[in-house]
Write a protein that binds this ligand. Structure first.
Ligand code: GTR
Length: 435
């Protein structure tokens, strides 16, 4: 065969091979994720009521010990160990509008200096306080994805100063917030509804704590707390989710010192990746009186061992900065994890916990979120609560409001007014006045 023909032949073969390769990559990528309940396979969950030494947890007293064990397991294997800060926060109010939301609320912004020093790391907390209140207001607190200015169209809110994802939906230019980024996340924050029901709203941009990209570490709060001589993360160190959770606790430090707010009645909410952070914050810090996970999925409420939707390997690959280094060891061997996510939920017990899912959000495995809540139920019952009041996942729009609450609604991955109505009903029922 003449040489040029041979080359052409090779080229063709190469092209065919490339096409075949592309095809098989696409096929294996789609096949990698299972959406068929029949193909989930068998798995055994670690028992939250058995100590590592094999002893059964039979009383609330035993549970206090087991709880510490489980916390350590999550620190070491999943989210990383939160570095203790030795300094106290300080803060400054930077804005106040007593006639926000047409007079319904007082809007205020507070800068929290996370090491107490003005030139150290800081986060901005945005509050809406109901004006119609006779005592300190209970609070819904949660992180937001796109900056505080994104949760409302109120032009008085300061634009986020930290890194922001450049995308149409964020209104950011060169990774900075612009006027266009106002209100871009407001459909997820039913602020008026919440305020009308007598609750304050508090929110923080997660990027103030750890910019959400794989090189976000250096601009995050974490290096500020490096141990002496430390220059990089150890496999057990905290990462983005740990930093986000930590920031939520620093906001509680502030709330405890604000007499407009009732620090004994704080409901913590998070959606998706921020739902993972909310669960981890609620697990570590018992000052959160109630915790809500909205579609937190893999690494949140959903069971890791269930082969359905997103996987441990996929989340660690797409978001290497979220979990600790050790978590990556389980990418291909989830069964070896000493934890599963139902154990994260048990760390919130006996405090009220609400798990919300959406039917079209199969990536987050709604059934796996429900089964996780179910597997946390024995701990809730041991601690004297009514646990989760259902054996099977209820149909759409049939909320459960026992101490572990739950709903699945129609529609996509999102936070909707329907979700907020259920969260408010749940908080009305469970966040009783403590004084
Ligand atoms: C997805 C991720 C999910 C969830 C989601 C979100 O890309 O795979 O685990 O966290 O992002 O935060 O919206």
């Amino acid at each position: 065969m003449p040489i040029n023909k041979l080359a052409a032949c090779h080229k063709l073969a190469g092209a065919v091979l490339t096409i075949q390769l592309l095809f098989s990559v696409t096929v294996s990528q789609t096949q990698q994720f299972n959406y068929d309940e029949a193909k989930v396979g068998a798995y055994t969950l670690p028992d939250p009521l058995v100590m590592m030494n094999g002893r059964k947890v039979a009383s609330p007293r035993d549970w206090a010990k087991r709880r510490q064990e489980i916390l350590r397991l999550f620190e070491t294997n999943v989210y990383g160990r939160t570095q203790k800060s030795t300094t106290r926060i300080s803060f400054a109010e930077t804005s106040r509008d007593p006639k926000a939301l047409g007079g319904l609320a007082t809007r205020k912004e507070v800068t929290v200096f996370l090491t107490g020093k003005k030139d150290g790391p800081k986060m901005n907390v945005l509050f809406f306080l109901p004006n119609n209140r006779k005592q300190p207001a209970p609070v819904f607190i949660g992180l937001n994805f796109n900056g505080n200015q994104a949760v409302s169209n109120d032009p008085g809110i300061a634009l986020a100063a930290s890194w922001l994802r450049d995308a149409k939906d964020t209104g950011a230019v060169n990774n900075r917030a612009t006027e266009k980024s106002r209100g871009t996340e407001s459909s997820r924050w039913a602020i008026e509804m919440i305020v009308k029901r007598g609750y304050a709203v508090a929110t923080i941009y997660n990027g103030d704590l750890f910019p959400d990209h794989k090189d976000g570490l250096k601009e995050s709060v974490i290096p500020v707390f490096y141990r002496k001589g430390q220059t990089a993360l150890e496999a057990y160190d905290w990462n983005a989710i740990g930093a986000w959770a930590w920031g939520l606790s620093r906001a509680v430090d502030y709330i405890e010192r604000d007499k407009d707010l009732d620090a004994k009645r704080i409901a913590l909410i998070g959606h998706s990746r921020l739902g993972k952070a909310a669960l981890w914050a609620g697990a570590q810090d018992e000052r959160f009186a109630l915790v809500i996970s909205n579609e937190s999925g893999e690494g949140g409420a959903a069971l890791a061992r269930r082969n359905f939707g997103e996987t441990v390997e996929r989340i660690n690959t797409s978001f290497p900065h979220w979990f600790c280094g050790n978590f990556k060891k389980y990418n291909r061997d989830v069964a070896a994890l000493p934890t599963d996510q139902h154990m994260l939920l048990t760390l919130i017990a006996p405090r009220p916990l609400y798990i919300a899912s959406a039917q079209e959000d199969q990536w987050a495995d709604p059934h796996g979120e429900f089964l996780s809540a179910k597997a946390a139920d024995p701990v809730y019952r041991l601690l004297g609560t009514d646990g989760l009041g259902a054996n099977e996942m209820p149909g759409l729009h049939q909320p459960i409001t026992t101490t572990i609450g739950h709903h699945i609604r129609a529609g996509k991955h999102d936070v909707t007014n329907y979700d907020w109505e259920q969260f408010l009903n749940f908080a009305d029922k469970h966040l009783r006045r403590n004084h």
